[in-house]
Design a protein around this ligand. Structure first.
Ligand SMILES: [Zn+2]
Length: 287
């Protein structure tokens, strides 16, 4: 049996102390290939280095939307340079994330400071925050489009990060339909949303959330969508599945994600492993 971990952040410092053990445990759990995902230019560079060093590791390079503010305006050229490595198997993770808009952060801050602010100041701050929201969103959109353009140019697919920005994400991807495929990673949406992306020939992938007690709705989506339209991942070091919740997540946990989906669908693990491996082999440019 072989399982492909399609979304790990192996370049994060969390894995530095016992990197060799992390890879060994993956192999022992039949997680034979690991796709490590870049979140900034520096992180993408580290991802490529790891992929060139370890035969079971492959790299996806990109700039994550929550790093948009720090990112340079033009990421196409440096990413194109990095993509020359044959170990680069897709572009990403990229997309839109409106979860921490400046205005949202401001209202959170306000809740703790209600009595300290006069009404007048609040309104001015709100206008300011709206302007920042606009700038932040358009920088995210610009980086997203650059990465989609590069993916088309290089004939690669794209790992999509989407949070609280569903409509805008699909809107930006619309013109690219038929030119590339995306995987909506860490899928947490409804069955309708899953069907929407599948109809556009994209994929979804599931993390350890499918094992959570409060993950029933995602588990249900994972049990209902077509077998050939999803992949498995961990998003480690985050989102460790049950029974490791709250601990550091690592690539071998992909097996637990696959097991949980197999249980939910009432099929053997082998079937999920085979199908998701074949799907990942078609989606990523493994050399
Ligand atoms: Zn990620």
């Amino acid at each position: 049996m072989t399982i492909i971990e399609t979304h790990a952040h192996l370049d994060y410092p969390d894995f530095a102390p016992d990197f060799a053990d992390v890879l060994r445990r993956a192999e022992e759990a039949d997680v034979t290939r690991i796709v490590t995902i870049g979140t900034s230019l520096e992180s993408s560079m580290r991802a490529v280095e790891l992929a060139e060093k370890y035969p079971s590791v492959f790299a996806v390079i990109g700039v994550h939307p929550t790093y948009a503010e720090e990112a340079v305006d033009d990421v196409i050229d440096p990413l194109r340079e990095l993509a020359k490595s044959r170990r680069v198997v897709a572009i990403g993770e990229t997309g839109l994330d409106y979860h921490r808009l400046p205005s949202v952060e401001l209202s959170k801050e306000r809740k703790t400071q209600v009595f300290a602010k006069a009404l007048q100041t609040s309104t001015e701050e709100e206008i300011e925050a709206d302007i920042h929201d606009g700038a932040y969103k358009s920088k995210q959109a610009s980086l997203f489009e650059q990465q989609l353009d590069l993916a088309v140019e290089l004939g690669l697919n794209v790992v999509i990060h989407q949070r609280d920005a569903w409509d805008d994400t699909l809107e930006i991807m619309r013109p690219y339909s038929g030119k590339l495929r995306g995987v909506f990673h860490c899928f947490g949406g409804t069955r309708e949303q899953a069907e929407e992306v599948i109809t556009l020939d994209h994929l979804v992938s599931f993390t350890g959330i499918v094992t959570f007690k409060n993950g029933a709705s995602v588990r249900e989506v994972a049990s209902q969508i077509p077998l050939w339209k999803f992949m498995v991942e961990t998003d480690c070091p985050y989102l460790a599945p049950v029974p490791f919740r709250g601990k550091r997540c690592e690539p071998w946990h992909t097996r637990l994600v696959a097991e949980s989906i197999a249980n939910a669908r009432g099929v053997p693990l082998q079937e999920i492993a085979e199908a998701t491996t074949e799907t990942a082999e078609k989606f990523f440019r493994f050399c």
